[in-house]
Ligand binder design. Structure first.
Ligand code: FAQ
Length: 320
């Protein structure tokens, strides 16, 4: 085929692809897609999967110290849900041609990112409430949009994930509500957890739009439906109202309803802290990666046994 013909086919394929996106049709694994679309989806979906899996660690830390059997059962269920989210998302990324082993190797080598939020420590029981309310709350704000993302397997995975995250946020809020009506110590613990998780939760939405390298293209491809700043603002507006029910305060003197904008104004985010955490210099980055690598090594025999079993079954089926 001549190079002019190849170019023409390529342009036609690109047009069909963009028309599908503009017409709100989903891109499916076997459809033609630009290489950069494939790569950006692999990057985002695998980083999202890693976030779910690393995200089990701060809460896993409190399972043995939950204050009652009921709280313990809820926390175990939530942490298990996060593992499940990781698995749906790794499966969605695999449909784009990246193997799970490659994705996990990239996490362990530090090449792939995961959400900055999970590099902060969980210091008290109230942190379990604050993570549910603020961290899952921020995650849902972002993920509800992703149920309409243009890549079919990612969008479908997000539908189920959002249902579970919504339960997570409610349980976190309820746990804080109980503390907020408790003793002076419990109230102080609740406020302290909110103070520590608020700013890192705002950073979850990513850098300011002016510094977001991927947003423009991702918006054109409808991988992202709202920008980082739009989602962050929606989150602030929601939480600034919910915190009133708790009778607690958000740690921001500048937080104020702006009648003209019909949004809350809020103070400056410490972007230097954000980039330090993203680069691996947050309070728990090393601890989190060490824990994941250790768990992977410890699970080696399970993977080998599962593989041996499935290979044996394949042999039996082909012999029959
Ligand atoms: N942390 O150009 P953008 C959860 C990186 S799930 C670390 O704006 P993009 C559930 C970004 O990768 C939470 N890195 O990037 C749960 C890029 O670098 P790269 C995770 C960040 O992709 C709850 C660079 O900065 N959710 O919490 C962060 O267009 C409780 C420039 O940024 C998702 O992953 C960050 N916060 O927009 C589990 C949702 N932000 O890759 C357990 C899916 C940005 O070019 C317990 N992901 N970076 O080297 C997304 O929606 C997007 O990827 C954004 C970032 C919005 C996170």
């Amino acid at each position: 085929m001549s190079s002019t013909l190849i170019d023409l086919n390529h342009t036609q394929e690109e047009k069909i692809f963009q028309d599908k996106i503009d017409g709100e049709l989903k891109i499916e694994p076997k459809d033609w897609m630009p290489d950069a679309y494939r790569k950006t989806n692999i990057r985002q979906i695998s980083q999202h999967a890693h976030s779910e899996v690393v995200g089990m660690l701060p809460e896993g830390n409190w399972i043995t110290r939950a204050p009652s059997l009921k709280r313990k059962a809820i926390l175990i269920a939530k942490v298990q849900d996060e593992a499940g989210h990781g698995l749906y998302l790794y499966s969605a990324a695999e449909t784009l041609g990246q193997s799970r082993d490659e994705m996990i190797a990239d996490l362990h080598s530090g090449k792939a990112k995961y959400s900055s939020i999970f590099n902060y420590p969980s210091l008290s029981w109230a942190d379990m409430g604050a993570i549910g309310w603020l961290v899952d709350g921020a995650a849902i704000m972002n993920q509800v949009m992703l149920t309409r993302t243009s890549y079919g397997p990612y969008a479908r995975a997000m539908v189920r994930i959002c249902k579970e995250e919504s339960f997570h946020q409610r349980q976190g809020f309820e746990a804080l509500l109980v503390l907020s009506k408790g003793t002076a110590e419990q109230k102080a613990m609740c406020q302290d957890a909110i103070n520590r998780w608020w700013w890192p939760a705002l950073m979850m939405f990513g850098p300011r739009d002016s510094e977001s390298t991927n947003s423009d293209q991702s918006m054109k491809w409808k991988i992202k439906r709202k920008t980082n700043d739009e989602l962050r603002q929606n989150f602030v507006d929601m939480i600034a109202e919910q915190v009133k029910t708790l009778g607690m305060k958000l740690p921001d003197d500048k937080l104020k309803w702006n009648e003209e904008r019909k949004h809350y104004d809020f103070g400056a985010i410490n972007w230097d802290e954000f980039w330090q955490v993203v680069k691996g210099n947050g309070p728990c980055n090393k601890q989190r990666l060490d824990a994941r690598r250790k768990a992977y090594e410890a699970g080696k025999w399970v993977r080998e046994a599962a593989l041996a079993f499935s290979n044996k079954r394949k042999q039996k089926t082909s012999a029959a």
